[in-house]
Write a protein that binds this ligand. Sequence first.
Ligand SMILES: [Zn+2]
Length: 134
Amino acid sequence: MFKRGSFIYSILKFKCPRCHEGDFYISHPYDLKRVGDFHHHCSECGFKYEKEPGFYYGAMYVAYALAVALFVTFWVSFNLFFTNVPIGWQIASIILATIVLAPYIYALSKPIWAKLFITYDKDAIQRYKESTHS
Ligand SMILES: [Zn+2]
């Protein structure tokens, strides 16, 4: 759907923000024991994911924004398309959706945050392989 190198690709595929090849996370978002655990370095380009200690604290603002966007999406669709749903069911479904999607929102927040600072570099893998084999 999205091409490698586009802003959204590495985020939705949970790939390295620099080369878009190596995996960012150790596991998938619903592996709750390891939720949010990411590799130290990209396996393909050697990029260090945590640029500095606490770098990903900023990702909580992204997670918050995504949760608000989810809430607004539900609220607007109830008010436009499902106007006969009682308010209690509206609130319950928003809470349920937030709980069910929380690991996914959390997993999305870190690659989005990283992507705000790190740009795609199509030559990163090549340069890394040259530097490690010489
Ligand atoms: Zn990489």
